[in-house]
Design a protein around this ligand. Structure first.
Ligand SMILES: *Cc1c(COP(=O)(O)O)cnc(C)c1O
Length: 359
């Protein structure tokens, strides 16, 4: 099957073996076969997301879990602090408001990470139940230091839950959920996980489950306590799961563990370094503040003033797809993802094609 290879930050390339896993016959979702697959997958996800806490799988994209996060943690009369330094932080704030949460929004310049000191002052004013932070801002190519933020909360604000969006970073870089004492981490299938879109994965702490019990109206589809009730009693999920996608997820999680987490993170790092070197060679600066560049997607500043759509069109002719800048960053930046299944050899192939255009 020939196709255009995706160097965009989602959806990403899916291995043929994983694509084909979806073609298996249906089974009942209460059957023994399915139950075994589902609980095996949960165990593998615990290894991959580095947690012995709770893992849930939903038939939704990652945005659904942004909704789950605020619905299950923010009590009436209390507030959520939404940190915004790009398009996905902005989305989480809008999701918070749309779900009736009292939101305080902190806008940081795009290109900057979210730092503990940006959060500290606001939380010191009191009244907060949760803070939302995007670990890897896919729109700007910036990664924030979640560990430092978790440390601040653990030390000074133990009742404020830290909610982390790791949609475009989980499996591309180490995020030790238990060791960093995180409360909630959400991610989706179609980015660094290298699966088709349509599944989302959630890790939560006991602290978060205890909080959810104090929130009366958690909704139904994304009620974490109901998901927990079904999972812990051996009944998988309350609603019909996305069985075909779960076949694929099971296959891909085995592949991820076969590659080895350390090796996978190192591969992402290597692809990032190659992308940075290529950018520098052609005079493209990084949009990210120095020291905070994402390991999974690079956002290049169009300093030389090239015709970005023409570059993208040239790549397209060679069956490669890269991303323009997101929203207001269009043509001022463009993005090269180096996540999921992409290898150093794949990056070299892309750079050869782009070099051809730029010369
Ligand atoms: C893609 C993305 C989302 C949205 O996820 P969907 O799975 O498309 O709903 C949220 N946050 C980040 C950081 C993303 O990259």
């Amino acid at each position: 099957m020939s196709h255009s290879r995706l160097y965009i930050p989602g959806p990403t390339e899916v291995d043929e073996e994983v694509l084909l896993a979806q073609a298996q016959s249906m089974v009942g979702h209460r059957s023994t076969e399915f139950t075994e697959l589902f609980y095996g997958l949960i165990d593998r996800l615990k290894l991959i997301l580095q947690t012995e806490n709770h893992i849930y799988i939903t038939a939704s994209s990652g945005s659904g879990l942004q909704e789950a996060a605020v619905r299950n943690t923010v009590r009436p009369g209390r507030k959520v602090l939404n940190m915004v330094s790009g398009a996905f932080g902005d989305r989480w704030q809008k999701v918070s408001v749309a779900n009736g949460c009292e939101s305080v929004r902190v806008d940081l310049p795009w290109g900057q990470p979210v730092r503990p000191q940006d959060i500290d002052h606001h939380l010191s004013l009191g009244g907060y139940d949760a803070v939302t932070v995007v670990h890897n801002e896919t729109s700007t190519g910036v990664m924030s230091d979640i560990r430092a933020i978790a440390k601040l909360l653990g030390k000074k604000y133990p009742d404020v839950l830290l909610m982390t969006d790791a949609v475009s970073s989980a499996t591309g870089v180490s995020i030790p959920f238990d060791r960093w004492d995180l409360d909630l981490l959400l991610t989706s299938s179609q980015k660094a996980f290298a699966l088709p879109p349509g599944l989302a994965f959630l890790a939560v702490s006991d602290r978060l489950l205890a909080r959810a019990a104090e929130v009366a109206h958690r909704g139904w589809y994304f009620d974490i306590l109901q998901l927990e009730q079904y999972l812990s009693s051996g009944r998988t999920t309350p609603a019909t799961p996305a069985i075909s996608l779960l076949y694929a997820a099971d296959r891909q999680c085995r592949r991820i563990l076969d590659e080895g987490l350390e090796a996978r993170w190192a591969r992402h790092q290597q692809c990032m370094e190659m992308t940075h070197a290529w950018a520098q060679h052609h005079g493209f600066g990084l949009f990210a503040e120095p020291g905070h560049a994402s390991r999974t997607v690079t956002c290049l500043r169009n300093d030389p003033g090239i015709d970005v759509p023409a570059l993208i069109a040239h790549a397209r002719v060679h069956h490669m797809v890269l991303g323009n800048g997101y929203g207001k960053l269009k043509n001022r930046t463009f993005r090269i993802a180096h996540m999921g299944n992409l290898t150093p050899a794949n990056m070299e192939e892309l750079f050869a094609v782009l070099d051809d255009y730029l010369s």
